[in-house]
Design a protein around this ligand. Sequence first.
Ligand code: PSU
Ligand code: MN
Length: 303
Amino acid sequence: MKLNTYLQLSPEVEAALAQGKPIVALESTIISHGMPYPQNVETALNCQRICRENGAVPATCAIIGGKLCAGLTDEQIDYLGREGRNVTKASRRDLPMLCAKGMNGATTVAATMIIAAMAGIKVFATGGIGGVHRGAETTMDISADLEELAQTPVCVVCAGAKSILDLGLTMEYLETKGVPVIGFGTDELPAFYTRKSGFSVPWRCDTPEELAAAVNAQRALDEKGGMLVVNPIPEQYSMDADVINKAIDDAIEEANRLGIKGKDTTPFLLAKIKDLTGGESLASNIQLVYNNVRLASKVAAAL
Ligand code: PSU
Ligand code: MN
């Protein structure tokens, strides 16, 4: 572990690191900006329980009082959930000022990867990653998550990316940046709410052990560089493609009409899609996160 005055490990995470126990990092923007209260807090606490049931110690990450925290108390998770969008959504560019000012922040995939790598945590589970937004050829809206995957040694388990993004351009970007993208039990990029996107992934693994071997090989080959595991939503929770794609198109149209931009785009779209699907998308979202936490825990245990 790289010593850093801003890093703060919970006693449980610190002990797990010292004992070499499997650990899974979890993000917190999904709590504050990705889901409504109280489902966000329930989901975050269930993720921690599912981690433990699968033999891993959960390390939910956030910035609290200017410290980069790995491992939160239930009270801290409840705070992030209740405050919701009032908490700063924190990506890489926000960390210096949040630390310097002693502020709080909910960490995106990028910022959570930074904290995990600092602590020495190799596996991280979430729902969806940020990517190249539709229309990025004019807005240049490309998530810092992609740059982080290129430069920070953490294996991120997600359910693919939502088609609020341009999935084709997102895959191209990951290829350019040299990020291994591995389908779990699939040759196709899952589209978050659905198991298929029409885009193929370069690599496939069918067991957690195979994924662990890939992580170990990557660490032997390179100091830096993350990995993206795309794990399809379980069949029984996947949504009808026409229904979800219509909701996504309508949400994007409204975002454009209201002039929503930058870091507000993803949270706006997520909330709008939930409203438009009458909550069905939230139920799917929660289940796919649990599915990713289960897989990440098994990978961490197999390392
Ligand atoms: N996509 C989702 N759910 C989420 C996010 C993305 O389906 O909660 C969050 C994650 O924290 C991700 C962040 O890292 O949004 C990306 O935001 P941006 O596109 O502004 O980088
Ligand atoms: Mn953006």
